[in-house]
Write a protein that binds this ligand. Structure first.
Ligand code: SF4
Length: 360
């Protein structure tokens, strides 16, 4: 799917969430002009033929909390490009937007339906009222529950965004939040571990010692756990970690917390290694049943060719972790060659000399 992003920073938002400096998060400094939005759409149109589905997304703000005239202005501006308009040159299949859980009602949903919005993402952030209050969200869990139900009843695709590591939250509470989110039955979820952006209330709290951000390694492990929970429940996790923009790096807007431009890859990598370890253990157990003192010098792990870097991990962290765990001199991830034997069976684990080969 091709997503045409349109960022609407902090427009109309009367709240001050402790973590939010909307300009840094969206990477946009000002409201986009009509001309900028149209140019953006026209630019994406040039590459749209390569995609099966095209969606325009209003990100970055509380879209349905802005004045109705402004909502309609943006929706009317893009509507001629949406196929629902009946316009022959329209190429956008649907619209998506993100908003606050307390900015949804019947009237809002009717309007969004009229203009071809198909997906509504709510910034749930936490399903714990105390955490929401400490984070200055200005809405309650009950708002998320009520709006989620209405969105689904009206036939929209529901997306929920969550933020592990908010003030007052613990790993257990973040897991409970995931359980409650799963119970609401969204189709998609985004996980944004809490990052401390400079010049926010959270930044002050951190400087005063009233907030300690999650460490990167802990955030990766937690988000891997949460991702597995969602995916096991059939919910698609479409984003883990904030988007990198030119301002989002440690020496610019980030003051603390588990920010990494490849955060999502690190989470995927963590999940894969968790799945891999039992397979390696099984092969080693089988070898030790035959030869009690079996010890491999090198461990070769055969994985799909497009996943080598995900398995290897950031700065080879997975290779190093496995070398240390299994006491081997070298761990190599090599691409599978599905046509290596006529049956296409590549799941046969082998030992050659002191090289143990495991097929993922
Ligand atoms: S609701 Fe909070 S996170 Fe969203 S734009 Fe307003 S202050 Fe920022």
């Amino acid at each position: 799917m091709l997503i045409i992003p349109v960022f609407i920073p902090h427009l109309g938002c009367p709240h001050d969430c402790v973590f939010c400096n909307q300009r840094s998060i969206s990477g946009a400094q000002d409201l986009p002009t009509d001309e900028e939005i149209i140019t953006q759409i026209e630019n994406y149109k040039k590459i749209s033929e390569n995609y099966d589905e095209i969606q325009l997304a209003f990100f970055g703000g509380s879209f349905t909390a802005i004045p109705v005239e402004q909502q309609e202005h943006f929706l009317r501006l893009v509507f001629p490009y949406v196929k629902k308009s009946g316009n022959k040159s329209a190429f956008i299949d649907s619209l998506r937007l993100s908003t606050r859980p307390d900015a949804i009602d019947e009237e809002v949903l009717e309007r969004l339906k009229r203009f071809g919005v198909s997906t509504i993402e709510l910034g749930a952030q936490s399903m714990d009222d105390k955490v929401l209050a400490l984070s200055g969200r200005g809405h309650k869990v009950s708002d998320t529950v009520k709006s989620s139900r209405m969105i689904k009843e009206k036939g929209f695709i529901l997306g929920l965004q969550t933020m592990p590591g908010l003030p007052g939250s613990t790993e257990e509470q973040d897991i409970e939040t995931a359980e409650k989110i799963i119970a609401l039955g969204p189709a998609i979820v985004r996980i944004y571990p809490t990052i401390v952006i400079k010049n926010t209330a959270l930044h002050k709290m951190m400087l005063l010692g009233k907030y300690t951000p999650m460490r990167l390694e802990d955030a990766v492990c937690l988000c891997a756990k949460l991702t597995r929970m969602y995916e096991d429940a059939g919910i698609k996790v479409i984003r883990t970690g904030l988007h990198s923009s030119e301002n989002m790096c440690e020496d610019k807007d980030v003051a603390g917390g588990p920010y990494h431009p490849a955060f999502g890859d690190m989470v995927r990598s963590n999940i894969l290694i968790d799945e891999l370890i039992p397979k390696i253990d099984k092969v080693i157990r089988e070898k030790r049943d035959i030869s009690e003192n079996f010890k491999a010098d090198t461990l070769t792990i055969v994985v799909p060719s497009n996943m080598i870097s995900t398995f290897t991990g950031n700065k080879k962290c997975n290779s190093k972790a496995l070398e240390s765990k299994y006491g081997v001199k070298k761990v190599r991830f090599v691409p599978s060659a599905p046509d290596k034997n006529s049956s296409g069976n590549i799941s046969e684990n082998t030992v050659s000399g002191n090289d143990l080969t495991v097929y993922f």
